[in-house]
Each structure stands twice: as structure tokens, then as C-alpha cells.
Design a protein. Structure first.
Length: 568
């Protein structure tokens, strides 16, 4: 393994979950099932926000361009907005309020206003075209819809004949509202941990987005899960559970949209719970991100592997924690990151929208020693690796199943899809293939739908992609299957190059690397090289559908050329 931990995993969890600690657990009957839950967790988003706003009142909460606002400012704006929601639009506990905008300070004002009232915030993907955007809002029965100007321009033609026949300006309505919302602090709604809290949508890459409904407890569980891996890492080194360091206020860089669990559930809520400032990036720009990290004392940053790689390319940044998540990290990336950030804790997280972000995590020396692992289940979570509805032995590959109090309540209005995804006893089928080692560390091999099957041989696209990421000139890699009459599928790869190497990478060089790193059956038959970046989801994951189409078309073209040449 390369290092000797000072404590066993069991010893670490005994300390981490000891009485009085943030991760202390208790057993409760939740939704008809006995579950481990965090004992010292805020019961509702309302109570969490009231606590944070009081605890960190004078600290900066959000930095967005030249705008800087404190916890106090956002709290009173959210309180006033809650009064306006209730007085003007009749919003009360359980009503759905849609929010569809890019990351702005007023996004969090609206979000917290919903939860002061006990309303259900419906966070709609702001990059959707008009038709699926309207579907998300209509499907969830939103009573009120909040849009930024870009989304308003997009949605007006699609809803002109519906119940949303007119729009009002946020600033004008806020100014006209007579309610300060102060009375909501005295006589607030009666909200319980198992009440509905919010809806966040899946990416919808294979159809219309599905609304993931979560309760107060399910959402808030991630506040503890998000810190479990780093705490375990400190204990494994022989240290105590880390306390917030003294000194100037720290920043946390948020470059992922609020309508995604990484941007909201993990990063923004982690910052809120720790009194950090949320430093917003309008869009991912590595140079701007590096500038903000230096200027705003950002100590936690990261994102999907491509973002981490961009930060690794910029030496000299001082970070406490570098986060990997959202997609599988190339095997070589943690080692590169450790060279550039020798004193930074590297942390990998695994989860999905349906698990309210993090259910599994790893950090510190354990991660450096196991760069392909996504870690251990969080204290309240369980994991199984299943094949044909039976658990497999360590090292054997199957589908990863997860269980815990963070698993969604279900897909909004879709009992059939919910039943296909969650078993009767609460296990969620992730759709990811992987395995676990003898100590319980999980390894994700691939999405089931991304597995390439060549002549009966299962080839994980991640394995092929990892091999080509060894070439540091490569920015992105996508391995896909192309049809073959004899073997069913063959491996093809598309890569995009870093700007400094546009036009300088040759297919023959990458073939040589693939033959060196991969078994013969996984070596691609074709490698396409492009200078343009890949199309990404809002959470910065590679969208493979257009790349599969591109690869299939190019493979057919090459085969046709070969047939024509053979006839000559």
C-alpha cells in the first residue's frame, strides 16, 4: 500500500462517530425502515439556515465578481423574499417553487426563502432547451417560477399560452413587498425531517430529465458525509479530527451550477456549515480560477477531473483540500496533483443525484495509495457489489448498490422508475460496475451503459481512457464502442488536446501508448484527435452520445476507404 496508517479503519470510525461528535449516529425508523442516521444533524434546512446566518452573520457569504455579500445580508434578503413569496403568491409549506438561473447571489436568496417557508425548491437545469425546461416545471407542479433574464427569454415563447402568462421583475416585487418576513421567525411552519425538501433533476442524457425528490434529512445528511473522508484521513495519520483553522476567512471555489448536487448539496452547503465564503466562477476559466484562489484565500477547490487537471497545471496555489468528483479521475492524476500540492489533502467522492451527492469517499494517504478507488461508504451508508441479485466476493465485478438515509425519496411522479432504481429494502442500483477490496474500498470500473463488449470480453471504457491520460498533452479522452460484424464491438477513442499542443499530437503516438498500457483486446482500432473540447453536461461530465456517433461515422468511412483500396 506504500504507507502504514496509525489507526485501523474501525478505530477511526469509533473516534469519528463517538458520542458528542458531529458524526455520532443513532438508529431510527425512517420511511418504514430501521436506519443509521446522524444524531447531531439539523432537522430541517430552515433550522440549518437560521443557525448559519446567526453563527456567521458578519462574515462574507458570497463573492461574485465585484459583489460581496455577508451571511447577514443574504439572510435578511431571504427572509424578505419568504415574506413576499407567502404574501404575494401564497407560497406555504409543501408548495413547489422552481428556480432556473445561472449561479448568482439571488439564487441562494430564493433557495433559502423557500426553506424558511418549508416550501420545496425545484432546481431546474438552466442550460436546458425550452421544451425540457417547461417539462421540468410543469411536471413538478411549480406554483411559482423564478428565472434569470436569459432563461426568461428562452421560456416565454414556450409558455405564452399556459398559466405563466406574465412575468414580474424580482427587484420590483421585492421593493413593493410590505413584509419584512420577521414574523416568520416567531411563527414559522412546522417542518419535520421526513418532509419534502427539494427536487433536483437528473441530466436527462437518455430522455427527459427525472426529478429527484429528497426530504430534509436526505438532503442534510450530505453535510456530514462531505466531511467524513477528510476526518478519517486525519485519524488514519494519527491526528485528531481536524478543527476549523484560525486566521482569515477561507474561501471555497464553486464552479459547478447550483442546480447540480456537487455545486449545491456538497460545495455550497459545506461552505455554509463552516462559515466559509462561496467564491463563484461565472464559467470555468483556469486562469480566472487561479486568480480567485489567490485573491480570496480559497482553501478548498476542485471539481471533475478536467478541472483538477487545470489546477494541477498551475503551480503555486495554496490549498488545504483539492476535491475530485463528478467523474472517474484518471489513475495518473492524483500522483501528479500530489507533486504540485504536496501539503494539500486530496479527496475523492462518489455519489449521484439520487444519493444527494456523497455516499462514498476517500482522502489523504489512503487515496494516494489507492488512486483508482472512490473510497469507503460514509458512516451512515452501506455498499454492496451485486451480480444477478447476489453479493459477489471482494475483487469480483458487479453493480454497485448503496443504502442509507441520504437515498432519495423517489423520482417525482414516476413510481415505475423509482421501483426500478430502489429495492423494497432501500438499496439503490447505481448503474455503475465496480468491485470492493478486502478492506471495503470501492472501485468504479464503468457505467453499465458505457461498457464495451468485444467478442464477449467486457472492456471498461475507464481503463482505456486511463491509459491515454498518461500523455500529458491530452485534455480529455472518451472510449466508445464501434460496431463490428464479427466481434460485436471494437474499441475506438476520441481525444481532445490541451491548447498548447493543438496540431502536435499524432494518432501513431497514441496507438503506441495504448499498446504499452493495455491488453491486446482493449487496444483501440481508431483514435480520433481533435483540438476542440468535448461537449459537457452542466456538471462537466463528458457527453458520450455525440462522440459515439462521430466515431461510428468515421469508422464506417475508414472501412469504406479500405474496401475501395482493396479493390484497386
Amino acid at each position: 500500500m506504500g504507507w502504514e496508517p496509525k489507526r485501523t479503519l474501525a478505530e477511526c470510525d469509533d473516534i469519528l462517530c463517538a458520542p458528542g461528535m458531529p458524526h455520532e449516529m443513532e438508529t431510527r425508523l425512517v420511511d418504514g425502515r430501521v436506519q443509521r442516521v446522524y444524531k447531531n444533524l439539523w432537522p430541517t434546512l430552515r433550522s440549518f439556515w437560521l443557525w448559519a446566518a446567526c453563527e456567521y452573520s458578519d462574515k462574507t457569504y458570497i463573492v461574485f465578481g465585484d459583489e460581496r455579500v455577508t451571511y447577514h445580508d443574504i439572510f435578511h434578503r431571504s427572509l424578505r423574499a419568504a415574506g413576499m413569496f407567502r404574501g404575494r403568491y401564497g407560497i406555504c409549506k409543501g408548495d413547489r417553487v422552481g428556480i432556473c438561473a445561472r449561479n448568482l447571489p439571488d439564487y441562494l436568496v430564493a433557495f433559502w426563502a423557500c426553506h424558511i417557508l418549508g416550501a420545496v425548491s425545484v432546481l431546474v437545469n438552466a442550460w436546458l432547451p425550452a421544451e425540457p425546461l417547461v417539462h421540468c416545471v410543469s411536471h413538478t407542479g411549480c406554483k411559482l417560477l423564478l428565472l434569470d433574464s436569459e432563461r426568461a427569454d428562452r421560456i416565454v415563447p414556450a409558455v405564452s399560452s399556459s398559466k405563466w402568462e406574465s412575468m414580474e421583475l424580482w427587484e420590483s416585487v421585492m421593493r413593493a413587498s410590505a413584509s419584512s418576513g420577521d414574523d416568520l421567525l416567531v411563527a414559522g411552519p412546522d417542518i419535520l425531517p421526513e418532509d419534502n425538501a427539494l427536487v433536483i433533476f437528473t441530466s436527462g442524457t437518455t430522455g427527459l430529465p427525472k426529478g429527484v425528490l429528497s426530504t430534509q434529512r436526505q438532503f442534510l445528511t450530505n453535510l456530514r458525509n462531505a466531511t467524513a473522508a477528510a476526518a478519517r484521513a486525519a485519524l488514519r495519520r494519527g491526528d485528531d479530527v481536524p478543527a476549523p483553522p484560525p486566521g482569515p476567512q477561507r474561501g471555497l471555489l464553486v464552479s459547478v451550477p447550483f442546480f447540480h448536487v456537487t455545486g449545491l448539496t456538497s460545495l455550497s452547503m459545506l461552505a455554509t456549515s463552516a462559515g466559509m465564503k462561496i467564491v463563484l466562477v461565472r464559467k470555468w476559466d483556469p486562469a480566472e480560477a487561479a486568480r480567485l484562489i489567490r485573491a480570496e484565500n480559497v482553501r478548498i477547490a476542485g471539481g471533475v477531473p478536467s478541472m483538477v487537471a487545470d489546477l494541477v497545471d498551475r503551480a503555486g496555489l495554496q490549498l488545504d483540500t483539492l476535491l475530485f468528483g463528478g467523474a472517474a479521475a484518471p489513475q495518473v492524476l492524483p500522483a501528479r496533483a500530489k507533486v504540485v500540492f504536496p501539503h494539500t489533502v486530496l479527496s475523492q467522492a462518489y455519489g449521484m443525484t439520487e444519493t444527494n451527492s456523497i455516499a462514498v469517499g476517500i482522502a489523504g494517504e489512503d487515496y494516494v495509495a489507492r488512486p483508482t478507488s472512490v473510497g469507503l461508504p460514509c458512516p451512515v451508508n452501506d455498499a454492496l457489489v451485486m451480480r444477478n441479485d447476489a453479493a459477489v466476493r471482494p475483487g469480483e465485478i458487479g453493480e454497485i448498490w448503496l443504502r442509507g438515509p441520504d437515498i432519495m425519496k423517489g423520482y417525482w411522479g414516476d413510481e415505475v422508475a423509482t421501483a426500478k432504481t430502489i429495492t423494497a429494502d432501500g438499496w439503490i442500483r447505481t448503474g455503475d460496475l465496480g468491485c470492493a477490496d478486502e478492506e471495503g474500498f470501492l472501485y468504479v470500473h464503468d457505467r453499465i451503459k458505457d461498457m464495451i463488449i468485444r467478442g464477449g470480453e467486457n472492456i471498461a471504457s475507464v481503463m482505456v481512457e486511463d491509459a491515454l491520460y498518461h500523455d500529458e498533452r491530452i485534455a480529455e479522452v472518451a472510449a466508445v464502442g464501434v460496431p463490428d460484424e464479427k466481434l460485436g464491438e471494437l474499441v475506438a477513442v476520441i481525444v481532445s488536446t490541451k491548447p498548447a499542443f493543438h496540431g502536435l499530437v499524432r494518432e501513431a503516438e497514441l496507438f503506441a501508448l495504448a499498446r504499452e498500457k493495455l491488453p491486446y483486446f482493449a487496444v483501440p482500432v481508431m483514435i480520433l484527435i481533435q483540438d476542440t473540447p468535448f461537449e459537457l453536461t452542466p456538471s462537466a461530465k463528458i457527453i458520450k452520445a455525440p462522440l459515439r456517433k462521430l466515431a461510428a461515422q468515421e469508422w464506417e468511412r475508414r472501412k469504406a476507404e479500405a474496401r475501395a483500396a482493396a479493390r484497386l
